[in-house]
Design a protein around this ligand. Structure first.
Ligand code: CNA
Length: 318
């Protein structure tokens, strides 16, 4: 569409690698829209590739799912959190090292060219690479929240449970439940009325109370599941950035998950788009399509520009 509109409105046509190099050289406000394909070389599978997580989940057959996407569906999670937690350690960011792509985004930022990196990834590798202006559109494992009382804690608080494949429960809800039990005990001993809701828990045998149940809340990493809305920051940033952006670079994504995939259509059609991916994506028509391994492509582009991609954080620390 972008290419068609560009032709119709007689804007300059871009279609070659030389054009990509020139656009990168001159751009000052680049939006990088990235996806799971920039982390596959770090050892984190994407969703939809032939060897991706969906294929693995289906092949394993050990999970009670009618569709692999249910693994990341909020309704399913509420019903059966143990399924997600039996799997979560496989995608928990632990000893991964940022790829050349993550470091290339950092390079754009260091050169004052990055307007913002909209990442769909939840692995926080952009941050580890040192990128400051990154929006984790689908959240991350950096924090976790209680589904009942909404208390937010650092993600490391539930790391132990994730590694042991257990369902983490909220310590605040648990403490309140214990306080409520103690209160109930002393209240009934002294003949006082029982208190329900608020900070005090209801009757043990009640299935549903003001908190939505008798058990402490389930903790969920603050990653956006299917069926959950994105943080309002996404719309706010896009609204602001669409006024300034002068180049869109899309890397390592199938562009199948809305609303992030819609960034391409939400920015003005006069803005050139470069798409870097292993496989083509039929439903978008970027100006320049560079198909292949993303690390190889960004390294090639950097070489052509005479820029050098910074080393991984561990190597630079040595
Ligand atoms: P996706 O739908 O799995 O698409 C990934 C795309 O990357 C595919 O089109 C692949 O062809 C392409 N790809 C894979 N490897 C490479 C490579 N080496 N070079 C270039 N391209 C490559 O994943 P999307 O990101 O499009 O979908 C968004 C989902 C994926 C978000 O909700 C994420 O949270 C989720 N996800 C994130 C991670 C992560 O954080 N690393 C991992 C898996 C899934």
């Amino acid at each position: 569409l972008s290419r068609l509109l560009r032709r119709r409105t007689k804007l300059p046509a871009y279609n070659s690698v030389d054009d990509a190099v020139s656009l990168l050289r001159h751009a000052k406000n680049i939006i990088v829209l990235s996806g799971a394909g920039i982390s596959t070389s770090c050892g984190i599978p994407d969703f939809r590739s032939a060897n991706g997580l969906y294929a693995q989940i289906q092949e394993d057959g050990e999970y009670d799912l009618s569709d692999p996407q249910e693994m990341f569906d909020i309704r399913y999670f509420r019903e059966q959190p143990e399924v997600f937690y039996s799997f979560a350690k496989q995608i928990y960011p632990s000893n991964f090292v940022p790829s050349p792509c993550h470091r290339w985004i950092k390079l754009l930022e260091d050169r004052g060219k990055l307007l913002r990196n909209y990442t769909q990834n939840i692995d926080t590798l952009e941050t580890l690479a040192g990128v400051q202006n990154v929006l984790q559109c689908h959240g991350s494992f950096a924090t976790a929240s209680c589904l009942r009382c909404r208390r937010r804690v650092p993600g490391t608080d539930i790391e132990g449970e994730i590694m042991r494949q257990e369902v983490p429960k909220c310590s605040v809800c648990r403490a309140e439940r214990e306080a409520a039990r103690a209160y109930e005990k002393s209240a009934s001993a002294k003949g006082k009325p029982k208190v329900k809701g608020g900070m005090i828990w209801g009757d043990e045998e009640e299935e549903e109370n003001e908190w939505g149940g008798g058990e402490p809340g389930i903790m969920k990493p603050d990653i956006t599941f299917f069926g959950q809305a994105l943080d309002s920051k996404f719309d706010e940033c896009l609204f602001k950035d669409r006024e300034k952006v002068d180049l869109l670079v899309i890397i390592g994504t199938s562009l199948k998950v809305a609303p992030v995939s819609e960034v391409c259509t939400h920015i003005p059609h006069s803005i050139p788009q470069i798409f870097i991916n292993l496989t083509p994506v039929a439903h978008v028509q970027p100006d320049i399509c560079l198909l292949g391994d993303a690390d190889t492509i960004v390294t090639y582009l950097s070489d052509r520009l005479g820029w050098s991609i910074p080393p991984p954080p561990s190597a630079s620390a040595k």
